[in-house]
Write a protein that binds this ligand. Structure first.
Ligand code: PEP
Ligand code: MN
Length: 345
């Protein structure tokens, strides 16, 4: 941590700053420039609170040297993390292709969609049983019955499953049924929920909140990691923009930006980012080209009958066509779509 002292700081104040730092158990290194005096604090930065240092008279600015997300940072772990989702690897050149409807629906439909996305090359099957909806009158999901359907269909097609958990009280239940716990955009800063999913060892798909900065996203990941669960995959799913031409603003730069800061894999979700099937293929390709470790896409065989997010769903045929392009691009990038467990690469 570096303290920049105010111009015109008195000698008494400088002495007090040094005494205060030493009283906290740290070494202080004083450096006097022509215009400013600087104090370097030597020791474990995570034990210091920048707010209380700012309150010392004569201190103008407190500059942390390390990012506040210690465990999520590249400093902590210089190699990319590879997360294992029941046999499907994500990160370090292994790509996750998550596909399925927004909501878990009836078993026949889920079975049909799973068969189609699997044949197209998806390696993780998704569907929400607990839906966080803006309106309390909108379809809220099938609950435990939905979890059962998703699990059974996933088993039948030998695809690990991803589903959202919205309530800390349901973490154990959802973790029993699925292979990866999704924390949605609306819950990215639900710290109780993050703590609960951090207490499991289930891989977590952590979606970026719609008004969250990259630092906010990494701090939320830190909540999960700090509880002992190292299996976090981040997801860029668009942030609030001013233009209603797209549902959200797809922040593709977040992908390489996160890569400069963190070892955690990050995937893209062009379905929620754009809300437009006609834009999804281009944004999926852009995400992969930008370095994403996977692509998350909503697929439905009859979007007009979908219980949620029908207008943004790709038809299975469109998804299969896109997967051809994604596979070619992955090859060009020296990456590969992780094979399903028990299926040769
Ligand atoms: C979803 O995956 O269906 C979903 C609700 O996503 P998000 O949290 O990104 O809006
Ligand atoms: Mn959705």
């Amino acid at each position: 941590m570096i303290l920049i002292l105010k111009s015109g700081v008195s000698e008494d104040q400088v002495t007090h700053v040094l005494e205060r730092v030493e009283a906290l158990g740290f070494q202080a290194h004083l450096s006097r420039g022509t215009y400013r005096t600087i104090v370097g604090i030597i020791g474990d930065e995570s034990q210091l609170t920048p707010e209380s240092l700012s309150a010392i008279p004569g201190v103008s600015k407190v500059i942390p040297v390390l990012p506040p997300y210690k465990l999520a940072s590249l400093e902590a772990h210089p190699e990319p993390s590879v997360i294992d989702v029941s046999g499907v690897k994500v990160g370090g050149g292994h790509l996750a292709m998550i596909a399925g409807p927004c909501s878990v629906e009836d078993p026949e439909r889920m079975d049909r969609i799973a068969g189609l996305v699997r044949a197209a090359g998806a390696n993780l099957f998704r569907g929400g049983a607990f839906k966080p909806r803006t309106s309390p009158y909108a379809f809220q999901g099938l609950g435990e019955e939905g979890l059962r359907i998703l699990r059974d269909v996933g088993r039948k097609h030998q695809m690990p499953t991803v589903t959202e958990v919205t309530d800390p009280r349901n973490v154990e239940l959802v973790a029993e049924y699925c292979d990866m716990l999704q924390v949605g955009a609306r819950n990215m800063q639900n710290f109780v929920l993050l703590t609960e999913v951090g207490r499991t060892q289930r891989p977590v798909l952590l979606k970026r909140g719609m008004s969250a900065t990259i630092t906010d996203l990494l701090m939320s990941a830190e909540y999960v990691l700090s509880q002992g669960n190292p299996n976090v995959v981040l997801c860029e799913r668009g942030v609030k923009g001013f233009d209603s031409a797209t549902r959200n603003l797809f922040d593709v730069a977040a992908v390489p930006a996160v890569k400069t800061l963190s070892h955690l894999p990050i995937i893209v979700d062009p379905s929620h980012a754009t809300g437009r099937p006609d834009l999804i293929p281009a944004c999926a390709m852009a995400g992969l080209a930008a370095g994403a470790d996977g692509v998350h896409i909503e697929v439905h065989d009859c979007p007009e009958e979908a219980k949620s997010d029908g207008p943004q769903a790709l038809l299975p045929g469109q998804y299969a066509e896109l997967m051809h392009q994604l596979r070619d691009l992955a090859h060009l990038l020296g990456k590969s779509i992780s094979p399903l467990p028990g299926v040769a690469a």
